[in-house]
Design a protein around this ligand. Structure first.
Ligand code: BMA
Length: 332
């Protein structure tokens, strides 16, 4: 796999990803892996479900952080590794976070939950963001070099917030993150915001990026998915969009293009969804009708993107597409 830009040059180069060519007879921009769901709900002991998980190239293969809801229905994150990005070994026990400084213990007392991880290669290490329970959901932040020890930094924001996703390099001299302020429940609203930080601890200069669009697949709330993908045309952000049907929320996936230097400026955004829950493992599970993207493997030279998404809050799935076609699909 190859990468774009000098700032990511130190990232470990890995073996070929889990790519599959587009099946004959379809023109879909994204197509599902023939091996879906790639991770069953009960891969490890006491797992009720494994979904909404983040994967990156690592060493000669891949590593990831996985959302596992256990049979007590406690939500937590586990480390895992794979040689091909499809067959995974996931640790039986959740990640134990080592405090990065002595004040982190103040937020570690009384574990509530950890879910919906994203992993971003940034400068010289992998950063993990996740939805961290601290008087309600907010954005937790940690780093790892080896997917064995994880060093926890401070929460990025006040509660309530979800879907915190780091950009893979500094922008305008600062670190940058997308997030979605929310409430303490099954939030019936949600816009994407952009925030800056000089040190990955103090976050500010919050800017509005995108709102839901009434009467569409993205009418109730939207949230960033994988780490933004840097392209010559802008930051490509795959995101989930939610509508409220008479039977509850429906989570689909779309794409947006953000300005490279001022990413709170939206250059374009999907009108039509790229993937919506249409096959049994997306329509039936603990929460029906959910496609929730959290990671993407990108091979710029081969023009390939492989998206990892949670399906029906139960299993992990993969979809593939050509980077150029995803970009072309975004109306400007
Ligand atoms: C959101 C989060 C996600 C989940 C989705 C659908 O609020 O909890 O983890 O996939 O709801 O249940």
């Amino acid at each position: 796999m190859t990468r774009l830009g000098a700032e990511t040059a130190a990232e470990p180069v890995t073996a070929d990803g889990p790519w599959e060519n587009r099946p004959a007879g379809t023109n879909d921009i994204l197509w599902r892996s023939s091996r879906n769901p790639i991770i069953p709900r009960d891969l490890i002991p006491r797992a009720n479900s494994i979904f909404n998980s983040a994967v990156v190239p690592f060493g000669s293969g891949f590593a990831g952080v996985f959302r596992v809801d256990d049979t007590e229905r406690v939500m937590n994150v586990h480390s895992g590794r794979s040689s091909d990005g499809v067959e995974w070994e996931i640790d039986d026990e959740p990640i134990t976070f080592v405090p990065a400084d002595r004040r982190i213990r103040e937020i570690q007392e009384g574990f509530l939950f950890a879910y919906d991880p994203r992993v971003t290669w940034l400068e010289d290490r992998y950063y993990l963001t996740w939805c961290n329970g601290y008087h309600g959901p907010t954005i937790g932040l940690a780093y790892t070099h080896d997917f064995e020890s994880f060093h926890q930094l401070d929460n990025a924001f006040l509660p309530f917030n979800r879907n915190g996703v780091l950009f893979p390099r500094k922008i305008g001299g600062g670190y940058a993150m997308l997030s979605r302020p929310s409430d303490n429940g099954h939030t019936p609203f949600g816009d994407i915001y952009y925030s800056e930080s000089p040190d990955l601890v103090h976050w500010g200069r919050h800017r509005h990026v995108m709102a839901p669009i009434p009467l569409t697949w993205q009418s109730t709330k939207i949230g960033a998915g994988p780490t933004p993908i840097e392209t010559g045309e802008g930051w490509l952000v795959l995101y989930h969009g939610v509508l409220t049907s008479c039977n509850g929320f429906v989570y689909s996936m779309g794409a947006a293009l953000l300005d490279l230097k001022e990413p709170w400026k939206v250059l374009g955004r999907s009108r039509d969804y790229l993937l919506s829950p249409q096959v049994p493992y997306e329509q039936v599970g603990d929460v029906p009708n959910v496609i929730f993207p959290c990671a993407a493997l990108v091979d710029h030279e081969a023009d390939r993107v492989s998206v990892y998404y949670g399906a029906a809050d139960t299993v992990v799935c993969l979809a593939h597409g050509y980077l150029s076609e995803i970009l072309d699909s975004v109306p400007r």
